[in-house]
Design a protein around this ligand. Structure first.
Ligand code: AMP
Length: 291
């Protein structure tokens, strides 16, 4: 890390401004980290920002509720937003820039170029949200082109997204490092999420069934169970016992390719998506064989 970190904090709404600032930093020989987010930041996002601040000279946090990754019946309009609080958190954490463009800044009216992917985006969330990863890959590619970071940080909370981004970077020869960061949870186990604000008190309790299912599955995997079916059955049982929970999926896949795989003989991802009332929540664990 370079010295001289008396950093100004910039809030930038234009692509041109963000690009120019990031380019100026790179010209000075400074390493740039990027943390893409949809805002309404919490401790989960902060763990990514903290890591980027540790590992880079300048950290850019993008705050952008990306319309094209939401399906027609999803929560684009109601998605929680609080740019002022987000900027305060980023500044406090030592980020150098918040890039918060308007949708019209990112997408021209006749926008027509997308980054799409097969296979890795087909299972899990790709099944119930068929256009989601096309939207994610497109916006993340755009952010990578605008900021040209040395590293970009993504949470394992959205494990399939992380696998999709890694594959995109590999397939399209993008010149940066993707850093995955562990899930940050509430004290009672619930994975932190901006969408948790949608939950009523009763739903908040019911939502704990996700982390309970994940913890039970993880304990079985760590205890040596090799049959993925058995693990998934226990996880499904815990979720089905919760009256307010409606399962979208409970599945086990290979961690790199996201292909369905029910044997613990390679790195696997066990992932759940569950509706609690109208709110769709996700959680997971990643298991890797001991070396
Ligand atoms: P979002 O704003 O929900 O799009 O999330 C932005 C980034 O923060 C993504 O890479 C997420 O995986 C990550 N993230 C969100 N919640 C958590 C969490 N509880 N723990 C770790 N990372 C998270």
């Amino acid at each position: 890390m370079k010295e001289g970190k008396t950093k100004a904090f910039i809030i930038e709404e234009t692509v041109k401004g963000a690009r120019a600032q990031a380019a100026a930093w790179r010209k000075e020989g400074l390493r740039v980290g990027l943390v893409p987010t949809m805002g309404y930041l919490h401790e989960g996002h902060k763990s990514l920002i903290d890591r980027s601040v540790r590992e880079n000279d300048r950290t850019v946090v993008s705050v952008f509720v990306n319309p094209i990754q939401f399906g027609p019946a999803e929560d684009l309009e109601s998605y929680p937003r609080d740019l002022e609080a987000d900027c305060a958190l980023c500044r406090e954490a030592g980020a150098a820039m918040v890039f918060a463009p308007k949708a019209s800044e990112m997408y021209a009216e006749d926008f027509s170029t997308y980054v799409d992917m097969q296979d890795v985006s087909a299972e899990l969330c790709g099944k119930s949200r068929p256009t989601h990863f096309k939207g994610v890959c497109t916006v993340v590619s755009k952010l990578f082109h605008i900021v040209a970071p040395d590293r970009a940080y993504f949470g394992e909370k959205d494990a399939q997204q992380l696998a999709v981004i890694r594959r995109m970077v590999r397939d399209l020869n993008m010149d940066l490092e993707i850093v995955g960061c562990p899930i940050v949870r509430e004290a009672d186990g619930l994975a932190k999420s901006s969408r948790n604000t949608y939950l009523s008190e009763e739903e908040r309790k019911a939502a704990l069934s996700l982390s309970r299912a994940v913890a039970a599955g993880k304990a079985m995997a760590e205890g040596g169970e090799q049959d993925g079916e058995k693990i998934l059955e226990v996880m499904r049982g815990i979720l089905s016992a919760e009256p307010l929970a409606r399962i979208d999926y409970v599945e086990m896949v290979k961690w790199d390719s996201i292909a369905v795989h029910h044997r613990l003989d390679c790195p696997v991802l066990a992932a759940v998506a569950v509706f609690i009332g109208k709110t769709r929540l996700i959680d997971n664990f990643i298991w890797e064989p001991a070396l």
